[in-house]
Design a protein. Structure first.
Length: 116
């Protein structure tokens, strides 16, 4: 039952942002830019385990992963603006982002930065 509540609450938040975006993309953008997935994961981990070290590690790893994740939000509007088509733009943005993640992990390895 607990997992079902977590799924429903998380889905409700995503649907709410989607519905709000129909009325105001600015408000939806603000809500979506809040790290809702991260926040919910952190809350669920705390409720489930009370493991502050795990939450600390997750928070640090999320922070380290922000730069490559921004690639998606740079690529998508550029591709959509070039009339690439919605699904193609999404696909190419994901591929570009995956490549940037790969390069990013490679650079982290060179710099001997270990993720926990």
């Amino acid at each position: 039952m607990y997992v079902t509540i977590k799924i429903l609450l998380t889905a409700l938040i995503v649907v709410a942002v989607s519905e709000i975006s129909r009325r105001s993309s600015i408000v939806a953008g603000i809500l979506a830019s809040i790290p809702l997935t991260s926040l919910l994961a952190i809350i669920w981990i705390y409720i489930d385990t009370k493991d502050l070290e795990n939450i600390r590690n997750l928070s640090t790893n999320i922070l380290i992963m922000i730069p490559p994740s921004l690639t998606f939000f740079v690529a998508l509007p550029l591709l959509l603006g070039s009339k690439t088509g919605f699904y193609s733009s999404i696909l190419f943005s994901l591929i570009i982002t995956a490549i940037v993640y790969w390069v990013y992990f490679y650079i982290l390895g060179i710099l001997d930065i270990k993720l926990t």
